[in-house]
Write a protein that binds this ligand. Structure first.
Ligand code: GLC
Length: 755
């Protein structure tokens, strides 16, 4: 038999010349190492083709090499979903009818899940949508640290703690890129506010840079293996971050060995020489004619377009500077558009909506749920349908379109379940649900329609006065068994939106007045705040139940309805602290937010240094309104005694901290067990404690799980500015284990020794 097979194959070989592979060019041969393919493609490209690759050709695309079959690169916002198609050179939408996406929850919600599994689901699902829409670069996620609660874009990011953001960004990046789509992690770096975002020159210590502002980017690159990074608009050390020697070369390339592509923010390039030599690969923009805001379709005028070509032709710039960029861009192509094995994606599917719903359900945070009377059983949530036959839902945010707005992360979704719709669907026929608007936002009490991205939305306009709305709300509340107020911010300018910061911590549109009136009208009141930032709550002692939820996208209302009616037990934890007042925040008490004019520019000193968020509150012994990591459940958890595997450890060793956690309530619930490390003796000032481990577990009633964390010297280090490296000093340390940064249940001491 074997002989027969061999002779048959040799016959076919003779007949068809099989066995001699037709010689395909190396750059097209996927069996060849990628770097070999890069060099082969580079050698085949002309100077003009190489320069054309380094800058935009349209609002969201850059040239390929048609002659060689190398495709164009197509980028798309954003971190929460795939942006509707826009016109070639306009921000306005192209009016397609097949680009309504799944709007996933904002990344603050993802961070609030404290569940890396959710990040993996999220990344893969949004990567599938990008892939289906033929985008090979997703302009997200954003991981800028939450330094001030006024920052207009905090809703796009993952909170105030570098460790939480780092743990959550890695699976997201891996999920996106498993679809052959590059995650473009942004905005690198120190883009922590929108005020003066194009000019502000941030001055920050190396310690704060490395300990607070870089870790999430570092994790995305060194663990997530991100294929793209977006430079930020602001400046650092006097250079714009889109072409910043320190960030893009010294740190990103030399320290982290990043081999992906660096993309500018849109219009973030200001200097040809720096753009050529400081690590930028691709320039994208908005009508810049490389002098100022210029003509449409001015792409050949970009800094990395004709000016760059001319300098090379005149011999003033070596072609090698260009080749460095093109290698990174070709590597992007071979990882994405020219990877024939990548999947085909999927778009706006029920499965993606279900993933968005799961993430939203896991990210909603129950801040307060106090008993109405000392009996301690009559909490407001979840709704008790034995005594609740009429529910009044009050507040504009219960009906407000939230997927549109907020800037570049704005989306056109297939549908959006509002809080009111979601509450009605989950209440069903168990109670009557009535609605009163309660308040109206500025933009919506005028006639006419709201235009966003060129798209008109007739978003629940109401011309009534605030007094009319208030009296209607109070009357409605008085006649109900339960009142659910739904308010917060709304992604309009100054209310969680790119390009503008908030002016203060307070809720807008006189919501505090409405909430205070409702609390007087009916003690059975739950306040639901939708926002991407902390807000002031002067009524906090008058309201028995408070829920913090997020811009949760397509299934937002269903997630909230399921949580309020008890179908889902909340398990979210705050990814940032809630201050009582703005002056309690480091950036405002000690830092000089938003920066000030000096020497012809805007300069801002992050004086609070490493003390951001809970680090600041604990360092200054300021009690927050709600602490980082805080979040209640409809059940309760008991933490048993913590044990440590050894009294000390040294370099190269690990030790384990473990403890039993039990569900002491009557229903299944999830708990995020958090471990913080405090350095008891250090030569430099350090925070009281810093998050270094966490684990989300699900427990049945009365179930106990042994939770273990393995610690190494890495978890004890700080960034030594003199040595310019991470170091840990021998001495005593403490591990704090708890349900939030301010609810520590167990503490164990140990020592770092030199053996
Ligand atoms: C914007 C944003 C950036 C976005 C880009 C494209 O200005 O800063 O996050 O991806 O431009 O819309």
């Amino acid at each position: 038999m074997k002989r027969l097979t061999i002779s048959f194959i040799s016959f076919l070989t003779a007949l068809f010349g099989w066995g001699q592979t037709t010689a395909i060019p190396v750059y097209l041969d996927e069996t060849k190492p990628i770097e070999q393919r890069v060099e082969d493609a580079l050698a085949r490209m002309t100077l003009e083709e190489k320069v054309a690759m380094c800058h935009a050709q349209s609002k969201f695309s850059s040239a390929g090499v048609p002659r060689l079959g190398i495709p164009e690169n197509w980028m798309s916002d954003g971190p929460h979903g795939i942006r509707p198609e826009v016109l070639w050179d306009e921000w306005d939408q192209a009016g397609w009818t097949n680009d309504s996406c799944t709007a996933f929850p904002a990344l603050t919600c993802l961070a609030a899940t404290w569940n890396p599994e959710m990040a993996a689901l999220y990344g893969n699902a949004i990567g599938e949508e990008a892939r289906y829409r033929n985008k090979n670069v997703l302009l997200g996620p954003g991981v800028n640290i939450y330094r001030t609660p006024l920052n207009g874009r905090n809703f796009e990011y993952m909170g105030e703690d570098p460790y939480l953001a780092a743990r959550m960004v890695v699976p997201y990046v891996q999920g996106v890129q498993s679809n052959g789509v590059a995650a473009c992690v942004k905005h690198f770096a120190l883009n922590n506010q929108e005020q003066y975002r194009q000019q502000v020159n941030v001055e920050v210590s190396d310690r704060a840079l490395h300990e607070i502002y870089l870790p999430a980017f570092k994790a995305a690159v060194t663990e997530g293996k991100a294929w793209a990074i977006m430079g930020s608009y602001n400046m650092y050390k006097g250079q714009h971050c889109c072409h910043n020697q320190y960030l893009l070369k010294d740190i990103l390339r030399d320290l982290w060995h990043f081999d992906g592509v660096v993309i500018s923010d849109w219009g973030g390039v200001h200097n040809t020489q720096e753009a050529i030599y400081n690590g930028l690969d691709m320039e994208f923009g908005t009508w810049t004619n490389n002098k100022d805001w210029g003509d449409s379709n001015a792409y050949n005028a970009y800094y990395l377009a004709n000016p760059f070509l001319r300098l090379i032709r005149e011999g003033k710039v070596k072609e090698d500077a260009l080749d460095k960029k093109v290698r990174n861009i070709l590597r992007l192509a071979f990882r994405t558009t020219m990877n024939s094995k990548r999947p085909f994606g999927s778009f706006a599917t029920p499965e993606h909506a279900a993933i968005g719903l799961r993430i939203a359900q896991e990210g909603i945070v129950l801040l307060k749920n106090s008993p109405l009377t000392p009996k301690k059983t009559d909490v407001v949530l979840p709704v008790d349908f034995n005594k609740t036959k009429k529910i009044a839902v009050i507040g504009e945010n219960a009906i407000k379109i939230m997927i549109i707005g907020g800037g570049s992360s704005s989306l056109k979704s297939k549908y959006e379940i509002s809080p009111l719709e979601g509450i009605k669907q989950h209440v069903g026929d168990r109670a009557e649900v009535v609605f009163a608007r309660g308040y109206v936002s500025d933009q919506l009490n005028k006639k006419g329609e709201i235009k966003h991205d060129g798209m008109f939305i007739n978003d629940a306009i109401d011309a009534r006065s605030r007094d009319e709305l208030l009296s209607e709300a109070v009357a409605t509340a008085k006649n109900a068994d339960l009142v659910i107020f739904v308010g917060g911010l709304n992604k309009y300018n100054g209310q969680d939106c790119e390009g503008s910061d908030r002016k203060g911590l307070e809720l807008p549109y006189e919501q505090d007045k409405v909430i205070a009136a409702l609390a007087k009208a009916n003690k059975n009141l739950a306040v639901v705040i939708i926002s991407g930032n902390a807000t002031a709550m002067p009524w906090v002692n008058d309201v028995p139940a408070i829920v913090q939820t997020w811009y949760n996208g397509t299934e937002a209302g269903n997630a909230l309805g399921a949580m309020l009616t008890g179908e889902v037990n909340p398990s979210g934890k705050l990814p940032f602290s809630f201050p009582v007042k703005l002056e309690d925040v480091g950036a405002h008490a000690w830092g000089d937010y938003p920066g000030a004019k000096a020497n012809g520019g805007i300069h801002e000193r992050y004086n609070e240094d490493i003390f951001v968020g809970y680090r600041w509150f604990e360092h200054r012994k300021i009690k927050p309104l709600f602490a980082f990591g805080h979040g209640l459940s409809y059940t309760s958890f008991a933490y048993g005694k913590a044990h440590i595997s050894a009294p000390s450890l040294s370099e190269g060793e690990t030790l384990t901290v473990s403890l039993p956690v039990r569900n002491t309530g009557t229903r299944t619930g999830k708990e995020v067990v958090q471990l913080y490390i405090g350095d008891e003796q250090s030569s430099v000032v350090r925070p009281i404690k810093e998050l270094k481990k966490f684990l989300k577990i699900e427990l049945q009633p009365n179930e106990t799980q042994e939770v273990s964390f393995t610690l190494s010297v890495e978890d004890l280090k700080f960034f030594d500015e003199n040595a310019q490296q991470w170091t840990a000093e021998p001495g005593k340390f403490k591990a704090y284990i708890g349900s939030s940064s301010s609810d520590i249940r167990q503490t164990v001491g140990f020592e770092l020794v030199k053996r």
